[in-house]
Design a protein around this ligand. Sequence first.
Ligand code: ASP
Length: 337
Amino acid sequence: MKKKVLILSVGGTIASVKTENGFKPGLTAESLIEHIPQLEKIANIDARDIKSIPIIDSSNMQPEYWAAMARDVFEALPNYEGIVITHGTDTLAYTSSMLSFMLQGLSKPIIITGAMKSIVEPGTDAKRNLIGSVSFACEDNGGIYVVFNDKIMKGCRVCKMKSQKFDAFCSVNCQDVGCINSDGGVSYNTNTQKMVSPEETTLDDKLDPNIFLLKLIPGTHPEVIDKLLELGYKGIIIESFGCGGVPFIGRNLLPGIKKLIERGVAVVIASQVIYDGVNLTRYEVGRRALDLGVIPTYDMTKEATVTKLMWVLGHTNDLNEVKKMMLTNYCGELSVS
Ligand code: ASP
């Protein structure tokens, strides 16, 4: 028997039309699926636009929209075997990460997908991505996933690596879950375990968007950190170099970081390097920061780090608790303890 799958549209290139001002979302979820009659052979499909938020180019994504999306998915879940969200690719990895924190204990698949070319453009990848997503939505495999260009990836591990090619997304510091075969079937990678949570699915949509990400360059002026303190951020992610080194010679950033932590701001150290992650104990430039009480991201992606920090700060401002939660693995986003 065919399973019941809901397609929710949030906008993005996949649902875009050409205008005088360039591509912008203009197709409804219903008209999206009219372009792919094959979908009805795979599953019984319902399609609608997401509730309570505008249909957007995903560069316009706002943290509060994630909470609305999580609520919509949570409420729809009992009526479907799987849900596919069609989304712009620019901030898709942030959304898939945030939904991984907000919706836990899933026993059904929630898939986020999109396309690099609109469904109405010749040579579009939208059909392939939607067919693959609906096929995976029929699997008994709970969790938040991204299906794109035939790859199946964990939502909390995905990064956009290419701005124009079809193969735009990669799993970072984690293998892909599997792939969509040419006949539309699903193949799992060895070591991948299907997840059917014995627990109840929980919706936890609290978040605090009051965070900042500071990307360091050689020569970053320490005054920038004082200005961030004045702006009242609750959490600051410092995207530093290599394993996580913070400069202390010349323009010394350590006194500013110390002041931030003393004033109760959570300071998280991430790396500009995409793969492998942060190791603050290896070098003096890392250890000096660690001694001040910064929180390392280890092997989390930047998108998982940003969304996790917002989500954690939605629960507590106590720095010990923030650290404990940031270093807890909730959904497979963190594998180094
Ligand atoms: N700007 C578009 C968006 O993120 C890009 C895309 O969907 O590929 O909404």
